[in-house]
Each structure stands twice: as C-alpha cells, then as structure tokens.
Design a protein around this ligand. Structure first.
Ligand code: HEC
Ligand code: HEC
Ligand code: HEC
Ligand code: HEC
Ligand code: HEC
Ligand code: HEC
Ligand code: HEC
Length: 225
C-alpha cells in the first residue's frame, strides 16, 4: 500500500498534474456522473457512429430520444454499461436520491415527473439489470431489441412479475400465437378453463423457462430461453 502511494505521488510529481485514468478506476469510491469516468464522452462512441459535435450529454439527446430513430437514451446508457464486463459501478454511479426523495440521474437534461423510491428498492434491481444486460434468458433477448424493464413491467422498480396483457400487446393473444405454435392454441387449456394461464407460467424472464405442463405430463416441447 505504502509503495503504491509513493509511486502515485512520484507519478503526480513527474507529470505535474495528477492524471487519473477514468475507466480503469471505475471501482473507486465516489465516481459519480459521466465525467467522473469518461473525461471525453465522445471517445465512448462506437465505431461508425454518426458525427457528434459537442461533448455534453445534451448533444446525445438530440437523436437518442424516447421515440427517435436512434435508441432511447436510457437504453443506450443502461445497456452500454450492464452488457460489458469492464463496468464495475452501480446504480449510484449515475443516480442519486435528492433531499426531496426524488430518484434522478446526475446528468439528466429531461423534465420529468418525480420518481419516489427508497434505496433498498433501487438496490434490489441490480440483479435484474445484470441479467437483462448479459443473461441467456428472455430479459436479455428483449434488451437486444432495445426494450427494457418498463416495456414488460409497465414501470421502474417492479414489485411483481410482468402482466400478461403487456406480453399480449406485442406478441398477440393465445389464438394468434396458436396459429404459429400449437402449444399456444386455446384448445390445450381445457383443464385450465377455470383460470387464465399467464405467459409467465412457462416463459420466465430472468431465469430458465420451463413448460408448466411437464409438472404432470412429459411433452417433448421446449420453451425457448
Ligand atoms: C463508474 C464509471 C462510469 C460512469 C459513472 C459512467 N460510465 Fe460509461 N462506461 C464505463 C465503462 C467501464 C465502460 C465500458 C468501457 C469499455 O468497455 O471499453 C463504459 C462505456 C460507455 C459507453 C459505450 C457503450 C457502448 O455501447 O459501446 C458509453 C456511450 C458511455 N459509457 C456513456 C456514459 C454516460 C453517458 C455516462 C453518464 C450518464 C456514463 N457513461 C457513466 C464507466 C462509466
Ligand atoms: C446525429 C444523431 C446522433 C447523435 C447526436 C448521437 N447519436 Fe448515438 N446513435 C445514433 C444512431 C443513428 C445510432 C445507431 C442506431 C441505434 O443503435 O440507435 C446510434 C448508436 C449509438 C450507440 C450504439 C448503440 C447500440 O446499438 O449498441 C451508442 C453507444 C451511442 N449511439 C451513443 C451516443 C452518445 C454517447 C452520444 C452523445 C455524445 C450520441 N450517441 C449522440 C445517432 C446519434
Ligand atoms: C452509467 C450510468 C447509469 C447507471 C449505472 C444506471 N443508470 Fe439508470 N439511468 C441513467 C441515465 C443516463 C438515465 C436517463 C436519465 C434521463 O434521461 O433523465 C437513467 C434512467 C433510469 C430510470 C428512469 C428514470 C425516470 O425518471 O424515468 C430508472 C428507473 C433507472 N435509471 C434505474 C436504474 C437502476 C435501478 C440502476 C442500477 C441497477 C441504474 N439505473 C443504473 C444512467 C445510469
Ligand atoms: C414492447 C414489446 C414487447 C413486450 C412487452 C414483450 N415482448 Fe417479447 N419480444 C419482443 C420482440 C421485439 C422480440 C424479438 C422478436 C424476434 O426476434 O423475432 C421478442 C421476443 C420474445 C420471445 C422469443 C421469440 C423467439 O422466437 O426468439 C419470447 C418467447 C417472448 N418475446 C415472450 C414475451 C413474454 C412472455 C413477454 C411478457 C412477459 C414479452 N415477450 C413482452 C417484443 C416484446
Ligand atoms: C404452456 C406453456 C406456454 C405458455 C403458457 C405460453 N407459451 Fe409461449 N411458447 C411455449 C413453447 C413451448 C414455445 C415454443 C414453441 C415452438 O417452438 O413451437 C413458445 C414460444 C413462444 C414464442 C416464440 C414464437 C412462437 O410463436 O413460437 C412467443 C413469442 C411466445 N411463446 C409468446 C407467448 C405469450 C405472449 C404467452 C402468453 C400470452 C405465451 N407465450 C404463453 C410455451 C408457452
Ligand atoms: C421480457 C419481459 C421482461 C423484461 C424485459 C424485464 N422483466 Fe422483470 N420480470 C418479468 C417476468 C415475467 C417476471 C416474473 C419472474 C420471472 O419470470 O423470472 C419478472 C420479475 C421481475 C422482478 C421480481 C418481482 C417480484 O416478484 O418480486 C423484478 C424486481 C424485475 N422483474 C425487475 C426487472 C428489471 C429491473 C428489469 C430491467 C432491467 C426487468 N425486470 C426486465 C419480465 C420482464
Ligand atoms: C397439475 C397437473 C397438470 C398440469 C400442470 C397439466 N395437466 Fe394436462 N392433464 C392432467 C391430468 C391429471 C390429465 C388426465 C385427466 C383428464 O383427462 O382430465 C390431463 C390430461 C391432459 C390432456 C388429454 C386429456 C384431454 O383433455 O383431452 C391434454 C392434451 C393435456 N392434459 C394437456 C396439457 C397441457 C398442454 C398442459 C400445459 C398447458 C397441461 N396439460 C398441464 C394434469 C395436468
């Protein structure tokens, strides 16, 4: 430790100013906001990216809007960090809860309604963001299509699974799905007729999916992911 410190002091003396390598020190305490890790934001742009004039986050928002042709800003930033190995920060590298209890991003430039949440509920999300960023499950398949938590859950910090209506709004009803894959055709649900079967009965999102029927049968069907 002493030696490391000495080396750092020597380095600082030699170079005159203390140059901190931002990305490699991402584990350090207190690195908050984009600039604390990326001294030059433009250097994070992927190859072949359209030309961007200015350094500030504000210039990114010109194209990365919620409805623009480029991916939404929230997706860009979350996926850009949770899908790579090199990122060792957490929610609090980019977010804070201010004095009024409002959950915000340090570098937000958007006018938004207040978002109330406590620290524990935010912390509980880390597992899901990591899974969404890298897993072989359905959450990640949707992440690759530039969809996120809100698309399935209808809001941030979910306290329960995703409602079937949301899946249906994009994928269609059982009858429509049944035209492609027999497993979805409603005839199969005869002995579930007293209770609607949710998509989640077979399709899990943050873990391996499984055919619910095989609790009692041995059908040779596989639920993808
Ligand atoms: C705690 C440190 C840290 C903070 C804070 C941080 N980043 Fe990053 N960022 C990283 C690391 C590490 C990578 C991955 C670098 C790599 O793989 O080369 C990365 C990658 C990126 C990428 C490339 C993503 C891609 O898909 O190629 C972009 C863009 C980016 N960051 C923008 C931002 C913005 C905007 C903010 C602020 C909202 C921010 N970062 C905050 C550490 C950080
Ligand atoms: C002139 C419009 C424009 C501006 C300004 C812009 N982008 Fe992009 N960006 C695009 C387009 C178009 C794509 C490719 C389509 C997509 O994936 O969204 C893209 C893709 C990306 C990707 C790759 C997304 C992926 O698929 O993995 C990252 C990361 C990114 N932009 C970061 C930034 C950052 C950071 C800024 C601000 C410094 C910025 N962009 C400003 C248009 C823009
Ligand atoms: C690298 C930076 C970064 C990290 C890490 C990060 N976020 Fe974000 N997050 C952002 C940015 C940037 C936005 C968009 C903010 C804006 O545009 O105002 C955002 C938006 C959000 C929103 C939407 C807020 C709203 O008002 O709609 C939620 C919810 C959120 N993040 C949760 C999380 C959680 C939970 C974690 C940790 C598991 C996390 N974020 C980690 C940068 C980050
Ligand atoms: C906002 C729209 C949207 C919502 C909501 C949504 N999905 Fe998806 N889903 C997609 C898209 C887009 C794909 C990628 C389709 C492709 O690659 O052909 C996908 C892929 C899938 C796949 C894999 C299909 C394949 O052939 O690889 C399954 C299974 C799936 N979704 C199930 C669900 C379930 C279950 C829910 C609800 C928990 C859900 N989806 C919610 C849009 C959505
Ligand atoms: C009883 C289990 C089960 C339930 C419940 C279920 N699925 Fe599936 N799903 C499957 C199986 C098995 C496959 C693979 C079918 C195949 O490969 O032919 C599949 C495949 C899919 C696919 C991939 C494309 C396709 O049509 O084959 C989508 C999308 C999908 N399901 C959406 C849904 C949605 C949305 C719901 C709820 C409305 C739902 N599933 C409910 C078992 C189920
Ligand atoms: C494809 C749709 C889909 C996406 C995308 C998705 N989820 Fe989920 N989520 C589900 C389903 C379905 C469940 C029910 C448990 C399961 O199947 O794994 C669930 C369960 C959860 C739970 C557990 C709720 C409880 O019962 O306590 C949390 C928390 C959660 N998701 C958070 C997130 C976050 C955060 C994201 C984004 C990073 C996300 N989810 C993205 C569909 C999705
Ligand atoms: C809790 C156990 C259980 C589950 C889960 C279950 N089944 Fe069954 N199933 C049975 C039993 C017991 C029978 C035989 C008794 C009968 O004929 O009513 C049966 C009979 C059947 C039959 C033949 C009888 C008929 O109605 O024509 C089909 C087809 C069938 N199940 C399909 C399914 C499918 C598809 C699923 C998943 C969506 C499923 N089952 C889930 C217990 C179950």
């Amino acid at each position: 430790m002493g030696l490391v410190l000495l080396t750092l002091i020597l380095l600082a003396t030699v170079t005159g100013s203390f140059v901190f390598d931002p990305v490699s020190s991402a584990t350090e305490e207190g690195q908050k906001g984009c600039k604390s890790c990326h001294s030059k934001l433009l250097e994070t742009l992927p190859q072949g990216h359209p030309h961007v004039e200015a350094e500030e986050v504000k210039s990114c928002l010109a194209c990365h809007t919620a409805k623009g042709e480029a991916a939404p800003w929230k997706w860009i930033v979350h996926f850009g960090h949770y899908s790579v190995e090199g990122f060792s920060g957490d929610c609090w590298s980019c977010h804070l809860i201010d004095q009024t209890g409002d959950f915000k991003a340090y570098d937000s430039h958007l006018e938004k309604a207040a978002l109330r949440v406590n620290k524990e509920d935010v912390g509980r999300m880390a597992f899901y963001y990591n899974s969404w960023g890298t897993s072989r499950y359905l959450d990640h398949k949707h992440a690759l299509k530039k969809l996120d938590c809100n698309d399935c859950h209808g809001g941030p910090f979910p306290k329960e699974g995703a409602p079937t209506e949301r899946c249906v709004s994009c994928h269609g009803s059982y009858d429509q799905l049944g035209q492609k894959s027999s497993m979805h055709s409603s005839g199969l649900y005869a002995h579930f007729s007293d209770k609607e079967v949710g998509c989640n009965a077979c399709h899990k999102a943050h873990r391996e999916s499984a055919l619910v029927c095989n609790k009692c049968h041995t059908f040779d069907q596989r639920v993808p992911y």
